[in-house]
Design a protein around this ligand. Structure first.
Ligand code: ADP
Ligand code: ADP
Ligand code: MG
Length: 742
């Protein structure tokens, strides 16, 4: 059963007229196609019968959806880790191409071409990431008589290098960021160039992508070190360590333009997207159109983007990225992404187009479905990239099961693009993006309201996500004003991260009451179950005891703060006059002070939607309470609250003996990872903040620093080892030892 929720492409018709609206929009596309073809005196070419999608996750599903809609058969490829993945289930045929690591599966050109040949696929869609911008792949596909749904290998080569592309752009009259992007890689020379450009400067891998290999250098003293580290990372990720040095703009906006070209020399742009909200140089929230852009500037950007595409004889979908100085509104070419972009849906929403369909038309040899003058902006759209990660812990990626997932309801104004459903695992092998939430509104305010509401209704338990964080951003006054810059997250750190704003987190008493009533309902249910169990010899005795026990019970929960977990106690007793109701006293677990009392509360689980219904203070509340491992997660009017249940005594003993508690003396893996560097040895004295170990997980490098000064006792792993989550990597000899007398 497929549960992914993709809505048909945006139609701006009011809700309630959905089927008609969809018909109308399809009809309109056909009409336009027909007209363009006629205008060009051209026989429309048939689309492919069968295509292969060389990707996974949401983008594979996104492409298949349009293909299916057009009656095109789909072939999926998958790795051993993805046997049960949704893209495999959705495809008409699926082809196993190797083990989990992408280098042995999703990045194997030969295996993918073989799969296409065996299944008779006429074209390959590369999605984004993986092989999508690999020029050799595009060439090999073509050489195998298979159509590549994207630009030519040559266009990719020209644009694939951040330095070469800059020369091409300069020649085409497109402004580029001032800097040095030549061949000379001598560190001394590059440092001289940096001085010429003026600090701060940015070092970038010329083959770079995904924010990797980028280093900001504020001061000449740091130049050499940053250069070396950029080159190291680039070599590892892109097998090339050439870099460029450019001016680092201090208050930039990321504004990019969607372009499209066909094989007949027609070019259009589909306006711009603002992707300024980023962490680690990676986009988190994207919107279209860019807020606060004048119509004049919009048209200028569009024209420059088309000039960029023309300069390399571009065909199919591409994105020209610009960086815009928010002070003087100057914009500069940054790079061109030669593929369909992650954030393409916001453009689809505001232009009422299906860009995957456009890609298929163009690849089949048909002219662009629309002319520049027919393309109109309508309304405003936002996209959130929902990542499995922990924002309050430096956005470190998380892995694990999607134990419990609730999503907002898709509509013409709300798309949820996901490759995963409840029960699926987000694995350590691939990108931590779980899904994309896309909303459309009449204007920015309207879209933003829908965006916030949808984020509230998007509830995931099982691993950490950035959903709550995105919502906090979407509620921030500066974001609401449209004051976005790439430094937004750092700039407003104090407002966006609870822990950094100081003060401790105090759940509302009603949240604690909801948690307790859910725990109680769970207990009642389990008692009922065991009563009904005919094989349970203890049923009568123990259960009457347990039921009696439930007439008056205390639940203890603790906030999930690493530093100061705060315990709370909720005493639940049956209401004296009506035993189907309960009374609750919510107390501070340390002082015993009563924070709030609720009388005659009715609580039950709505059998239809599984939500907890409770009447607190005469207010009927519907909330989602999920019990997972030793935690209770409450989604209510205050957002998401995670509370820890006490660990049973016997488990506590076990934990201590395994050495996983008492963190002071050791450093543990924050997630499953591979050890890429170890910088310390047993016996070595270290200062607080020293780099100890460099890990690699989910395609990113993470540096583990010393939490305190001390002496390293043991290093428990070696470079190259794969380590599970929460394992000790190294241990410390107890603090700094007194120096031995000589
Ligand atoms: P965008 O400009 O759309 O944000 P990115 O450059 O961030 O594009 O990358 C798009 C997708 O490709 C992301 O999912 C990203 O994680 C993935 N990606 C980017 N660079 C690499 C890389 N070097 N290797 C593998 N995946 C990558
Ligand atoms: P990638 O290929 O990794 O996507 P980009 O060159 O597109 O690399 O840059 C990624 C992000 O880094 C941009 O969106 C922007 O936030 C930031 N950035 C890039 N160049 C500059 C610059 N010169 N000054 C300031 N920020 C920059
Ligand atoms: Mg980029």
């Amino acid at each position: 059963m497929l549960q992914f929720q993709l809505v048909r492409l945006s139609t701006k018709a009011p809700i309630g007229t959905k089927p008609l609206a969809i018909l109308r929009s399809n009809h309109a596309t056909h009409f336009r196609l027909f007209h363009t073809a006629k205008r060009l005196n051209f026989d429309r070419k048939p689309l492919f019968e069968k295509i292969l999608i060389a990707n996974r996750g949401e983008i594979a599903l996104r492409v298949m959806r349009t293909a299916k809609d057009l009656g095109i058969k789909t072939v999926a490829v998958y790795s051993e880790a993805d046997v049960n993945a949704q893209h495999v289930k959705m495809a008409d045929e699926a082809f196993l191409i190797g083990p989990a690591p992408s280098a042995e599966s999703y990045l194997c050109i030969d295996k993918i071409i073989d799969a296409a040949k065996i299944t008779g696929a006429q074209a390959i869609h590369p999605g984004y990431g993986f092989l999508s911008e690999n020029a050799d792949f595009a060439d090999t596909v073509k050489a195998s008589n298979i159509e590549f749904i994207g630009p030519s290998g040559d266009a990719m080569r020209a644009m694939g290098s951040k330095s070469e592309s800059k020369y091409i752009m300069q020649d085409a009259g497109v402004p580029v960021v001032p800097g040095y992007h030549g061949e000379n890689q001598d560190p001394k020379f590059l440092k001289e160039q940096a001085a010429k450009i003026g600090y701060p400067v940015l070092i970038k891998a010329i083959k770079g992508g995904g924010g990797k290999g980028m280093r900001i250098v504020q001061h000449p003293d740091d130049f050499e070190e940053m250069l070396a580290s950029s080159k190291r990372e680039s070599l590892k990720h892109f097998a090339d360590d050439k870099v460029l040095v450019e001016k680092y703009l201090e208050r930039p906006r990321h504004v990019e333009v969607q372009v499209f070209a066909d094989k007949h020399g027609n070019y259009v742009h589909l306006f711009e997207r603002d992707c300024s909200v980023q962490r680690r140089h990676q986009k988190v929230i994207e919107e279209a159109p860019a807020p606060g852009l004048s119509q004049e500037l919009r048209m200028e950007l569009g024209a420059k983007a088309v000039a960029a595409a023309r300069a390399v004889n571009y065909v199919n979908a591409g994105t020209v990225e610009f960086i815009m100085d928010n002070v003087d509104k100057q914009f500069y070419f940054m790079e061109m992404n030669t593929r369909l972009q992650v954030e393409h849906p916001v453009t689809e929403m505001v232009t009422n187009t299906d860009l995957v369909r456009w890609q298929l038309e163009v690849a089949a040899g048909n002219p662009l479905p629309m002319r520049q003058e027919d393309l109109k902006l309508s309304g405003h759209a936002f996209e959130a990239r929902v990542y499995a990660e922990n924002p309050s812990n430096h956005f470190l990626p998380d892995t694990g099961p999607l134990f419990n997932v609730r999503t907002p309801t898709p509509s013409p104004n709300l798309r949820l693009e996901t490759g995963f459903i409840q029960g699926d695992d987000i694995s350590v092998y691939y990108d931590p993006m779980i899904s994309k939430l896309v909303v459309h509104g009449e204007d920015r305010q309207d879209a933003l309201r829908r965006f916030r509401r949808a984020l509230e209704q998007y509830q995931i338990v099982g691993l950490n996500t950035n959903i709550g964080f995105i919502k906090t951003v979407a509620e921030h006054p500066e974001f609401i004003k449209g004051e976005v810059e790439t430094g937004f997250i750092q700039q407003y750190e104090k407002d966006l991260f609870r822990t950094k704003g100081g003060g401790k987190f105090e759940p509302d008493p009603s949240t604690l009451a909801l948690a307790a009533s859910a725990l109680r309902l769970k207990e009642i249910e389990s008692v009922r179950k065991s009563l009904q169990d005919p094989y349970n010899p203890w049923a009568t005795r123990s259960d009457s005891f347990r039921i009696n026990n439930l007439n008056h019970k205390e639940y203890t929960v603790t906030t999930k703060e690493d530093d100061h977990p705060q315990p709370y106690k909720v005493v639940v007793s049956t209401h004296p006059e009506n035993d189907s109701l309960i009374d609750m006293d919510v107390m501070n677990g340390e002082t015993g002070e009563t924070l709030k009392s609720y009388k005659a509360v009715k609580t039950y689980i709505d059998q239809e939607d599984g939500l907890l219904v409770s009447s607190l203070d005469n207010k009927k509340l519907k909330s989602n309470v999920v019990l997972h491992n030793d935690e209770v997660v409450v989604f209510d009017e205050f957002g998401r609250t995670t509370l820890k249940l006490p660990t049973p005594k016997y488990l506590e003993g076990l934990r201590n003996s395994q050495g996983t508690a008492g963190a002071a003396g050791s450093i543990k893996t924050p997630m499953p990872c591979k050890i890429s560097q170890i910088l310390v040895q047993p016996g070595q004295h270290i200062k607080k903040g020293d780099t100890l170990i460099v890990l690699e997980a989910m395609k990113m490098e993470h540096v583990i620093k010393a939490p305190m000064a001390g002496k390293v006792d043991q290093v428990l792993y070696a470079v190259g080892d794969l380590v599970a989550e929460n394992k000790s990597l190294l241990t410390f000899a107890d603090k700094e030892e007194p120096k031995a007398p000589h």
